[in-house]
Ligand binder design. Sequence first.
Ligand SMILES: Cc1cc2nc3c(=O)[nH]c(=O)nc-3n(C[C@H](O)[C@H](O)[C@H](O)COP(=O)(O)O)c2cc1C
Length: 320
Amino acid sequence: MRTLVDKIGNSGIVLSPMAGFSDSPYRKLCRQMGSAMSISEFVSTEHLFRSNPKAIQLFRYEESERPVIFQIFGNNPEIILRGVSRVLHLNPDGIDLNMGCSVRTVAGSGSGAGLLRCPDKVQTIIRRLIAETGLPISAKIRLGWNHESLNYMEMSAMLEAEGVWAIAVHGRTKEMAYTGRADWERIGEIARARKIPVFGNGDVTSFAEAQEKIATYGVAGVYVGRGAIGNPWLFAGIDRAALSFADRLPMILRHLDDMRIFYGDEPAAILMRKHLTQYLRDTPQWAQMKHRLYNFRSAAALADYLRSRVQTELVTERVA
Ligand SMILES: Cc1cc2nc3c(=O)[nH]c(=O)nc-3n(C[C@H](O)[C@H](O)[C@H](O)COP(=O)(O)O)c2cc1C
């Protein structure tokens, strides 16, 4: 079995794949801070199959991010295999099959969490991905479609038997979407039963909590999603809440500069808005700054403004 175990970082904490957030600049930053590997957001294999340039762009990455895993979604084994074959030349370290997305347009059409209802199809997809790509293959699942059809034990056993190197489990059902709480007891049940690495996922918002999940539930690691947006410090065990606006600024500027290099000056300023909200909304300065921040169309000008704000703060503090 081809595995990535020897290549991943030893923190065990991983930036969970998130559409619109876990792009190359943010993955790189989180990887530098301690995230154990880089997983792309999910990309449609239908779009890859049609060689859609926007879909292929989503797999751009930098060498420093390795190991790099491309996450894919789809519902047709043939299209999935052909789609993946279009991007193998980009040289990822592994491929991850998304079996967790609960969004209606995805799960309803049998992709993402929709695959939880089709174990035979999953078996075919995984078997072919392993045989035809020669890469380490993993899957990210949920506990089942709903509480009447919890099939995480059967599904994880089958995935292991087929030869995936790892499984990530978001401890909710498809029907729960993001409601309720992730069920870590059930994640622990999977981790105890499987020999391959099992990564747990759901509702973790700090380094300490992730460590506690690893110790309590015997998981190989933890994927952190929402709690890691605007919070690359999490991967280094630094508490963002203890950092002032001025303390946070160097990280934000580093992120913004990478975005500028990666996307260009104007797209970077626009794409950075959703990150800035998460980076700063709990600071006293946020209410006053946000409208201004949302209007910049140049990353360079945005960076200048942020720097000037910190200067003003420092001067005011000195005078006060
Ligand atoms: C904005 C957003 C986008 C997401 N996109 C993906 C995705 O592309 N692939 C995936 O496997 N999960 C995706 N997820 C799910 C997360 O990876 C994660 O499983 C989920 O948010 C639960 O973890 P958390 O409680 O740590 O956020 C997304 C979640 C959010 C909030």
